[in-house]
Design a protein around this ligand. Structure first.
Ligand SMILES: Cc1cc2nc3c(=O)[nH]c(=O)nc-3n(C[C@H](O)[C@H](O)[C@H](O)COP(=O)(O)O)c2cc1C
Length: 199
């Protein structure tokens, strides 16, 4: 009997209008460099605004980083159906608006519809939520997504890694996110303990 063909690995990446567009762009760049994952990109209108404002990148420079690009209005796209197999979805960065709509199952565009599908199919949903300080609605929405199986992953720097640049901080977060999807080798540098520094 022939072994079943290995399922194609696919990841949906959405960039929404919270500050931190660099996280979504770096995620796409890193996945492209590592290979082995077909990326499906979605960018909200405020996501595009922040990409331009924060990174000085135009649309074509970002679109080439993904294998497939979807319009957020195209709710008939492949990723709008659970029958289209994916490993899951990362929203990087994730605005409080998109968080709220995911938390309440409001599939009002292809980003929130794709997230809804990922949750209902029990696939991995990772939200790089970004706002500060947080109000009770934000906290409750994060709790709701966690209760549904999603991962709330605020992109917070790990100072114990002694990052020297913003790029190093961003890379560490992006690598930790990628490791949540179990690529063959862990990507993020693992903490080795303080090796007696506290003694
Ligand atoms: C420069 C800029 C920075 C923003 N930063 C944040 C943020 O950090 N977190 C957040 O929740 N919303 C932020 N917003 C507001 C969102 O972009 C806004 O709520 C938008 O409606 C989100 O829509 P989306 O989720 O479809 O991208 C920011 C907006 C702008 C213009």
């Amino acid at each position: 009997m022939n072994a079943p063909a290995a399922q194609k690995r696919r990841l949906i990446v959405a960039i929404t209008g919270a500050t931190g567009a660099i996280y979504g762009v770096r995620l796409l760049e890193t996945l492209r460099r590592l290979g082995g994952m077909e990326t499906h990109l979605l960018v909200s209108s405020t996501g595009w605004l922040n990409i331009q404002h924060e990174l000085d990148l135009d649309k074509p420079a970002v679109l080439v980083l993904a294998d497939v690009v979807h319009s957020v209005r195209d709710v008939g796209a492949s990723i709008a159906s659970g029958s289209f197999a994916t490993d899951g979805m990362v929203v990087a960065p994730c605005s409080m608006r998109t968080l709220a709509n995911v938390a309440h199952g409001l599939s009002d565009n292809l980003i929130t519809r794709a997230a809804d599908i990922v949750l209902k199919e029990r696939r991995r949903l990772v939200l790089l939520v970004r706002e500060t300080p947080l109000n009770l609605a934000h906290l409750r929405n994060m709790t709701a997504v966690t209760e549904m199986g999603g991962v709330i992953f605020p992109p917070l720097p790990a100072f114990y890694q002694k990052p020297q640049t913003i790029d190093e901080m961003v890379d560490h977060t992006v690598e930790r996110v990628i490791d949540l999807f179990g690529l063959a080798q862990p990507v993020a540098r693992a903490w080795q303990g303080m090796r007696g520094e506290t003694e």
